[in-house]
Design a protein around this ligand. Structure first.
Ligand code: C2E
Ligand code: CA
Ligand code: CA
Ligand code: CA
Length: 278
């Protein structure tokens, strides 16, 4: 669709054409995905390393495309951000997740907290605090059962404005965690100024725990940092018993990963409530 000269088209290989065609097709169907009810949420438990119980749940969005099948958020979230659709999708996710959590509570299941990812752009451009208020009111979920996961890179830009928004959310009683911690550029002085509750140690470090000394040293350092700042330390992407043992020995508070459960549907998650998962 680029207005290039005729000869320029020779620069594109058939594979590139196919890829950009696919992208175009994906873009046009992404525009209609919400109204066609093609988004769905799956849930992954967070397990408290002391009790062995599920203490929280992270909502992860999926797009069921009628022809292309299940599309990963890693693929369509960046696209949605570029297309200006992220706030709408984010609002849907937040409302659906709050409703789901409240309905588990109403079923009499143990009261877990629901964590929702907020994208960089959504945090910067949307009125997240207003959105959160609406989602809580509408669902009836008490604020202390909602947690927002925000990536480190978002928070480290425009620190003062962000701290202000977070403060507003915090004063409502919402929990905040920093996602993918260790992959961005946070300085310790920023961290101290941010009203946050937990650091989520990025999967890449957890993955490295037993391979060599580096991952282990980094993970231990982040756990200590979290505790010194009076924050919880949560490890994501825990796949092996060895990693879980290491994390427990170092005092990590919660783990999340394929070792305990893959992200599953709301119905499937129910079987994980109220039993020891370690
Ligand atoms: P994230 O927030 O870091 O989420 C963790 C990702 O790791 C999820 O991928 C999850 O399925 C995967 N995972 C969990 N345990 C393991 C494990 O043990 N091993 C491995 N290899 N992977 C594991 P998913 O669901 O594909 O999501 C990818 C990213 O997309 C998320 O990374 C998050 O940044 C974004 N995302 C997902 N849902 C939403 C959403 O509702 N809104 C926004 N804005 N972003 C979302
Ligand atoms: Ca996350
Ligand atoms: Ca993460
Ligand atoms: Ca990640």
């Amino acid at each position: 669709a680029k207005d290039l000269g005729r000869n320029s088209y020779q620069l594109y290989t058939p594979a590139m054409n196919a890829r950009s065609f696919e992208r175009l097709a994906m873009e046009s169907s992404l525009r209609h995905a919400l109204s066609r009810h093609e988004f769905t949420l799956v849930y992954q438990g967070k397990i408290d390393l002391n009790s062995g119980r599920m203490s929280g749940v992270e909502a992860l969005v999926r797009w069921r495309h009628p022809e292309m099948g299940l599309i990963s958020p890693a693929e369509f979230i960046p696209l949605a951000e570029n297309m200006g659709l992220i706030s709408e999708i984010g609002a849907w996710v937040l409302r659906a997740a709050c409703r789901q959590c409240q309905s588990w509570h109403e079923l009499g299941l143990p009261r877990v907290r629901m964590a929702v990812n907020v994208s960089t752009l959504q945090f910067r451009e949307g009125d997240v605090a207003e959105l959160v208020k609406q989602a809580l009111t509408e669902s009836g979920l008490p604020p202390q059962f909602l947690e927002l996961e925000i990536t480190e890179s978002v928070l480290m830009q425009r620190v003062d404005e962000n701290a202000h928004v977070l403060q507003e959310l915090r004063s409502m009683g919402i929990h905040i965690s920093i996602d993918d911690f260790g992959t961005g550029y946070s300085s310790l002085s920023y961290l101290k100024r941010m009203p946050i509750d937990a650091l989520k140690i990025d999967r890449s470090f957890v993955n490295d725990i037993t391979e060599d000394g580096d991952g282990a040293a980094i993970v231990s350092t982040i756990i200590n940092l979290a505790h010194n700042l009076k924050l919880r330390a949560v490890a994501e992407g825990v796949e092996t018993q060895e990693q879980a043992d290491f994390l427990r020995a170092r005092g990590c508070d919660e783990i999340q990963g394929f070792l305990v459960s893959r992200p599953v549907s709301a119905d499937d998650l129910v079987s994980l409530f109220d039993r020891n998962l370690l």
